[in-house]
Design a protein around this ligand. Structure first.
Ligand code: NAD
Length: 473
């Protein structure tokens, strides 16, 4: 059993002022595997003061110095890759397949930010003026449990590239993962106070970060409900915000797509991170005259979706992160049945032999109407809705008939046609013929999926303030 009883503040692992202790429960077994001592408002204020002090000098570092820190970070992550992957699998039950990919992406993301920083013009001529980009200040980073260290790397590598300092509040359920990543940052030799990690609750540590006037920007990833609360609180001190929120991403299979390839890929995209992914492709839009064929292929493809111990390399769907998340998924499966959707695979309850953990049965509803709650609300579990459409226009209308707009997917035999449809979808990222990630392309949401963008130039600019200097001759 691991006891996480330190926070990382002002360059040191310190005993927090906060005294509350929370159990860390394995999602795979529901046994206690550790505990964490939570930080409080005082710990948060101290970390913010340290970050404010560090900003005085870190904001003046050269591009080359910051590239040096990022390169060091990349080499430490590379060396501790296995440990970072294993602790994700252990603590929140992410599958080995998924967690290994996340750790690899962390390395690519740092690389991409180094490239972006190398090329970024911090001084630009605009009109007859000069525009200087300066770091925004102390950034408060608040993130969820579902890919904790991945989010930390994306946000902190951008903050470092910009010359910002930061206080990070991960989910209280990610304390063991946070310990490892905090050690990695400590090893980079960044000046004290540049990065600070406070384990704690959202309404304690997160709320203090949101209201504290010494924080200039909040970079948040999490639910739309909490994102709205943060946005309301942040406006009092006019903080800049980036919000990466929920999704209900459509996956349009056009009538010229190869269904034997597109449908198994679609199931994989829906069950990404055991369905606990913001960009999961949870609404599968298929031509109505091919619905029977799609159903048949989906049933066969489900035979390859292995549910079980997330440590096993062939497991596709692991346990839900908590009992609460398990119950939430069960509720939605019941709602789908009550709404009259046709249950194609899965259903309520736990898979046989997996009763101890928070395992659910990967579920597909078919003949779903887009007005149903299972098609409109984010479930955050392995529940896929197959929705028939009449023609291309109808498919686009259904795809856009949602409050969300984070990601979308299009499959077609014709690249031109896929691009044409992609252009009509209101989402921050549209993937054609499969799932892909690009560490330099912008990521973020239309509509209630968020505000702002991450990655590459788009992400870096969110951590900088442009200042115009105008000269009278
Ligand atoms: P959540 O919104 O409940 O919590 C996210 C973080 O906010 C946690 O650290 C939590 O402690 C903190 N928080 C809670 N209340 C707060 C408050 N009052 N003030 C400040 N901080 C507070 O989300 P979750 O359940 O941890 O994660 C799942 C959600 O995250 C899903 O909705 C998912 O779509 C979303 N998500 C979005 C993205 C994206 O990039 N768009 C990525 C992953 C997850």
């Amino acid at each position: 059993m691991k006891a996480i009883n330190k926070i990382y503040s002002n360059g040191e692992f310190l005993t927090p002022h906060g005294k509350e202790i929370l159990d860390i429960i394995s999602p795979t077994t529901n046994q206690k595997i550790g505990e964490v001592t939570l930080g409080d408002e005082v710990d948060t204020q101290n970390a913010i003061s340290a970050a404010k002090e560090a900003f005085q000098t870190f904001s003046k570092t050269t591009r080359e110095e910051r590239i040096g820190y990022l390169e060091k970070l990349q080499s430490v992550i590379n060396r501790r890759e296995k440990e970072l992957t294993d602790i994700m699998v252990e603590e929140y039950g992410g599958t080995f397949q998924f967690c290994a990919m996340v750790t690899q992406n962390m390395i690519h993301d740092i690389n991409a930010m180094i490239d972006t920083l190398k090329d970024f013009a911090f001084e630009q001529a605009v009109g007859s003026s000069k525009v200087f980009y300066q770091p925004i200040g102390v950034v408060g980073i608040i993130i969820p449990w579902n890919m904790s260290n991945g989010f930390i790397i994306t946000k902190l590598s951008t903050a470092i590239a910009a010359g910002c300092t930061a206080v990070i509040k991960p989910s209280e359920m990610s304390a063991q993962q946070t310990q490892v990543i905090a050690e990695c940052f400590h090893e980079t030799g960044l000046p004290k106070g540049v990065v600070n990690f406070i384990n704690g609750l959202g309404d304690v540590v997160g709320a203090e970060m949101t209201r504290n006037p010494d924080i200039s920007k909040i970079a948040f990833t999490g639910s739309t409900a909490v994102g709205k609360m943060i946005a309301k609180g942040a406006v009092d001190s006019m903080k800049r915000i980036t919000l990466e929120l929920g999704g209900k991403s459509p996956n349009i299979i056009l009538d010229d797509a190869n269904l034997e390839v597109a449908i198994p890929t679609a199931i994989f995209a829906a069950y990404l991170n055991s369905g606990q992914a913001c960009a999961a492709a949870t609404r599968l839009l298929v031509p109505e005259n091919k619905l029977d064929e799609v159903n048949a292929i989906a049933k066969v493809a489900m035979q390859n979706i292995k549910v079980g111990n997330p440590k096993n390399a062939d497991t596709v769907v692991g346990p839900m992160v908590s009992r609460k998340q398990y119950e939430r998924v069960q509720d939605y499966i019941r709602i789908g049945l009550e709404e009259g959707a046709t249950l194609l695979v899965g259903g309520e309850g736990k898979p046989e032999g997996l009763e101890a953990g928070n395992f659910v049965r990967p579920t597909i509803f078919t003949n779903v109407n887009n007005d149903m709650r299972i098609a409109q609300e984010e479930i955050f579990g392995p529940v896929l809705s197959i929705i028939p459409y009449k023609n291309e226009d109808d498919a686009v209308t259904i795809a856009n008939d949602t409050h969300y707009g984070l990601a979308a997917y299009v499959s077609s035999g014709s690249k031109e046609r896929a691009y044409r449809v992609a252009a009509r979808i209101d989402a921050g990222r549209v993937c054609i013929n499969g799932i892909s990630h690009d560490s330099k392309a912008p990521f973020g949401g239309f509509k209630q999926s968020g505000i702002g963008r991450e990655y590459g130039i788009f992400g870096l600019e969110e951590y900088l303030e442009p200042k115009a200097i105008l000269e009278s001759l």
